[in-house]
Design a protein around this ligand. Structure first.
Ligand code: NI
Length: 169
């Protein structure tokens, strides 16, 4: 297992649209292990492969308190069952370190995905799990939580993160 570097906004690679996974082999299992290890290392509760520069439709998460319930979603899709039911949640993102913004997302959804063996699965997530899955699926589509906030705020976060990067190198 390897801890990977996480891309930081506004890195253009975060805007890539990830490609469907068609081969369920050891490389895919390795990638999921690396994603989980990286997520735990940086105290995240979810991580999408685009965040480590791999444009494949795979995401991992763990919303348990004990951090002992790793989950892997391959080729996940979200079906909104009720457009009107939405909930706001202060979201953070390992690619936007230090910032938390309230994002409103549908709460009544169904997630279809494949597991590491390629077997189709379906869940109806509630609470935090639903928020995290949707946040991570956004990553696979090149979308970030800052896309939900005002352009002015987004620009401010962008400048701050660019300045931080400049000071590091
Ligand atoms: Ni994120």
């Amino acid at each position: 297992m390897t801890i990977k570097n996480i891309l930081v906004f506004p890195d253009p690679r975060l805007r890539e649209i990830a490609k469907e996974v068609t081969i369920f082999d050891d490389d895919l299992r390795q990638l999921s292990e690396d994603l989980l290890e990286t997520m735990y290392e940086f105290n995240g509760i979810g991580l999408a492969s685009t965040q480590i520069g791999v444009a494949k439709r795979i995401l991992v998460l763990d919303v348990s308190e004990e951090k002992n319930e790793p989950r892997v979603f391959i080729n996940p899709t979200v079906k909104i069952l009720d457009e009107k039911e939405k909930g706001g949640f202060d979201e953070g993102c390992l690619s936007i370190p230090g910032f938390y913004e309230e994002v409103f997302r549908p709460t009544n959804v169904e997630i279809s995905f494949q597991d590491l063996k390629g077997i189709n699965q379906k869940i109806s997530p509630s609470g935090l799990l639903g928020v995290v899955v949707q946040h991570e699926i956004d990553h696979l589509d090149g979308k970030l939580m800052v896309d939900y906030i005002s352009p002015t705020k987004r620009q401010r976060i962008r400048s701050k993160l660019l300045k931080l990067k400049k000071n590091k190198t």
